[in-house]
Design a protein around this ligand. Structure first.
Ligand SMILES: Nc1ncnc2c1ncn2[C@@H]1O[C@H](COP(=O)(O)OP(=O)(O)OP(=O)(O)O)[C@@H](O)[C@H]1O
Length: 578
């Protein structure tokens, strides 16, 4: 219920359409319910009593009711469509806005496929609940109550039959709802799974083809597809009982009313018109039960989706401090006894007791084995993740005290697997700084060695990149990402193994251009010692701790791990050249 409240809070401006839709469907139902009552009068006091006046007035009355019912029905449909469309738009906006504020920790709580389902299918289900559910939800109770009142007015004795049949129908409907409702969350999570398989396959389609894994992929898809079909079948298997249950009860009631009613007509305690009227109300009353059970099913399905949408809207974000710092005079970075792990339940810290100081304008190299914590360490600087203990400070101020957007503007990061977006190369570069002049763009392209391959590309800066930038090589992509980050003119620039796909000569050229940029604190994570050996400080990571720090020469003398990496790379280099 709190999830429903959460969504309801966000429906300002839409509620009036929602209320209007309910009001019009209510009026539509009232007119519809009046028709059998007038019909009973027309038969008894018009046709059977040969009173032409009652017949004509009754006919006009029924026609007017039908016309007004049609008109209000149309108005209902319009307002229901507006509420549903706008609610869908609002929910997608809210979710997307929230996701943009997510940190990596938040993102770790969701699968990408689950986020996509929550933005698409779950929103559609909530919208469907309005378009298909609002009408029966309003009509059901009105028809039920008015139908009962009217049939009691016509003949209370005959109407007692409803009290025998209705509980039976209610029991069947409750059983169906109970069986079906637990299936809906399962159905939505199985849709997540199908999205995941399709998404992974499409993203890694080149790898799939290179490993000739099409069959295995097809099999995995078939399995999740069959799972979705299985759950859907199970869900609708129970839901299908609705119609036969309704028909059974309806025919049982009609037969009983006909039997008792015709007896009453014979004994002259009931008129033919009243019996016809009651028979129409039988249909209305039982129909309203089925409508209500369908609404229940729709609501349970949309409640499952509302809960999933609310998970995104309620995901706790990194809190901004009250008076956030929005200036950075000094880009010196300090790690003060930092401890960090990705999950609160994890046994061991990924980073443990990290103490280090990187002076402003320094170039800091970070090396270490895979999984030693290099990426995790630099992720704490722009608060992609937050420390569990200790503090990361920039210019003596805790990163948590900075305005988050400001902090991230000051810290550029070129990730290991940075991606480009569909659009031209120029648009991609300007993503780093929309106001960048052509002069600045040329400077960044030169520094990142993009100028080496740009003239060879079709249309140069205006070449269109495909989604993810897959129509340029890995090394070219990395260089474009570096140029993009340079255009941001950050105070701190982090390169996370971002020249791994670039040849050694180009890597060397990029490094020497970067060395010329003064005042910017640069952190370079690299596998190759060659990429960091001229740095002011080199940090050697091992199992989440700093094994050693110093210059290249110092580390060669004092750090066995560093020496080992260096020597193995020297040997590799010699063997290659030999
Ligand atoms: N999002 C994550 N969730 C849980 N554990 C993670 C996550 N990212 C990394 N880890 C774990 O944290 C540890 C450190 O990973 P990290 O990526 O910082 O290492 P690294 O030194 O940068 O490795 P590499 O050189 O391979 O990139 C590893 O054991 C890794 O499995």
């Amino acid at each position: 219920m709190s999830d429903l409240k959460r969504i309801a809070q966000e429906t300002k401006g839409i509620r009036k359409y929602f209320v209007l839709a309910i009001v019009f469907v209510g009026i539509e139902t009232l007119f519809e319910v009046l028709i059998p009552l007038i019909m009973a009068q027309v038969i008894d006091q018009g046709i059977l009593a040969h009173n032409i006046k009652v017949f004509v007035y009754g006919g006009v009355g029924m026609g007017t009711c039908a016309l007004l019912s049609l008109l209000t029905g149309l108005l209902y449909a319009r307002f229901a469509a507006i509420s549903s469309t706008r609610l869908g738009q609002r929910l997608r906006d809210l979710e997307f806005e929230r996701i943009q504020k997510f940190t990596f920790t938040n993102l770790d709580h969701f699968e990408t496929s689950g986020i996509i389902t929550r933005l698409t299918s779950d929103v559609t289900i909530v919208q469907n609940a309005i378009t298909s559910g609002l009408r029966p939800m309003a009509r059901g109770p009105i028809m039920l109550v008015l139908g009962l009142v009217m049939s009691f007015l016509l003949s209370w004795k005959l109407s007692l039959i409803f009290f025998v049949v209705s509980p039976l129908l209610v029991l069947i409907l409750v059983w169906i709802v109970k069986k079906v409702s637990p299936q809906y969350p399962l159905l939505q999570s199985s849709l997540d799974e199908i999205n995941r398989v399709v998404q992974e396959n499409l993203i890694a389609i080149r790898t799939v083809k290179a490993f000739v894994k099409e069959k295995a992929e097809l099999q995995e898809f078939d399995e999740v597809n069959a799972k979705v079909a299985g759950i859907t079948e199970k869900t609708f298997h129970y839901a299908l009982f609705n119609t036969p249950a309704f028909q059974l009860c309806m025919y049982a009631t009609i037969v009983s009313i006909m039997l008792v009613g015709s007896n009453m007509i014979l004994q002259q305690s009931l008129q033919v018109g009243d019996l016809t009227g009651i028979l129409s109300y039988v249909l209305q009353i039982l129909n309203s039960f089925v409508m209500l059970s369908n609404v229940f099913l729709l609501l349970t399905r949309s409640m499952a989706s509302i809960q999933r949408i609310a998970q995104i809207l309620n995901e706790p974000l990194q809190s901004d401090v009250n008076d956030p710092v929005t200036s950075m005079d000094d880009a010196t970075i300090e790690f003060k006894d930092v401890r960090f792990k990705y999950s609160a339940n994890a046994q061991e810290y990924v980073l443990d007791h990290i103490n280090a100081r990187f002076e402003q304008g320094w170039r800091i190299g970070i090396v270490g084995g895979t999984g030693s914590g290099k990426t995790s360490l630099v992720s704490l600087i722009p608060r992609l993740y937050d420390v569990d203990a200790g503090a990361v400070c920039i210019g003596g101020i805790n990163v948590k005290d900075y305005d988050l957007s400001f902090l991230r503007e000051q810290v550029g990061i070129v990730l290991q697997n940075n991606v480009l977006f569909s659009g031209t190369i120029l648009e991609n570069l300007k993503w780093g700084n929309p106001d960048a002049s052509l002069e600045e763009i040329n400077w960044a392209c030169k520094a990142a060695c993009v100028d080496e391959f740009l003239p060879r590309l079709d249309q140069g800066l205006n070449m269109r990149l495909s989604q993810g930038g897959t129509n340029v090589s890995g090394g070219q992509r990395q260089r474009l990402c570096i140029a993009r980050a340079l255009l941001k003119h950050p105070k701190i620039l982090i390169f996370d193994d971002s020249t791994s796909a670039v040849d050694t000569k180009t890597d060397c050229r990029i490094r020497s251009s970067l060395a010329k940029i003064s005042g910017m604190t640069q952190i370079i994570i690299a596998q190759r010692i060659l990429s960091v050996q001229d740095c002011d400080l080199i940090v050697v990571m091992e199992n989440g701790t700093i094994a050693s720090m110093g210059s290249h020469e110092q580390l060669l003398k004092t750090c066995a791990i560093y020496r080992e990496i260096y020597e193995s790379q020297q040997k590799g280099g010699e063997e290659k050249h030999g």
